[in-house]
Ligand binder design. Sequence first.
Ligand SMILES: Cc1ncc(COP(=O)(O)O)c(C=O)c1O
Length: 355
Amino acid sequence: MVYNFNAGPAMLPREVLLSAQENLIDFKGNGLSIIEASHRSSMYEEVHNEAIANIRKIYELPDDFEVLFLQGGASMQFAMVPLNLYQGGTIEFCDTGAWSSKAIKEVDILGYNYKIAASAKESGYDHIPQVNFSSSADYAYITSNNTIYGTQYKTFPKTKSPLVVDASSDIFSYPIDWENVDCLFAGAQKNAGPSGVTLVIIRKSLLERVSESVPTMLRYKTHAKANSLYNTPPTFGIYLIGLTLKWIESQGGIRSIQEYNAKKAALLYDVIDQSDGFYIGHAKPEARSHMNVTFTIHDQSLEAKLLEKAAQNGMIGLKGHRSVGGLRASIYNAMRLEGVQALASLLEDFAKENR
Ligand SMILES: Cc1ncc(COP(=O)(O)O)c(C=O)c1O
């Protein structure tokens, strides 16, 4: 097996894959696979409701929030969020990179009023800017972890307007203060499960905002009313999400996961900081992501050589996003400390050999 540092779809816990494998053909003695089961069957419904219950438990979610399983990726949410939450006022964004910009673009296409309250664009999205959202916005919008640039909020901005969070690349990696968050969404394929499922966690009161002109499938309310079974949901993906949440619980819950992730990230940032400029981290230290560690080599011509050496040692997925280049190690929840230690040693050796 390789150490998989891909940004997403990303590695899943081995225990999750083994459990899925064990039950793949004959699900818990039912004589058929969960993939083959009707989404209206009790066999599937149990899996579906258990996944939702596991999310509620791990995230300590208050009762006035709804958990939805949708499709279309996080990218679909860039349009669904404004379609459901815009009220003719202003949407306020904190622009921290390509994914925030794509969310802004959809609002622009819809012709809704918006304001960029803060942006990190000028400095190549290397930090999380200070942002003061107004108290009168229809909603305020942030991207909690910037997968491409390797920056992450350490705390979310406090705001009186409803706060919407794109948590695609750091969902389930730290506890959320639900007093301050009103809608959180994520494509599942990094920290929650396989691609094909989009998770939306939304305060119930916000469901009432949607206007009658929004098509049925694009309304959160449709899916909330039907317990995400309005149409055929991505059943197998939801099953895997349920298993992933159970795995988080088996690791001691979300606070243990958070600590473990901090330890993993520190290993790599230490190598970068102690390399005497051989490696250059992209994110400013105070904004460093615990999920995606982004860096370059002072002599960029060495990057291909490093990637080759990593591949020879069973480490894949370390190339930076095509829009920014460089290198990126994605170390989501499922990446074990051993994998990060192996990468840290490889980076140290490589720096010594190529100075
Ligand atoms: C922070 C963030 N938002 C949104 C997306 C888009 O997700 P999807 O491919 O599920 O549409 C990504 C994908 O990498 C992401 O990292």
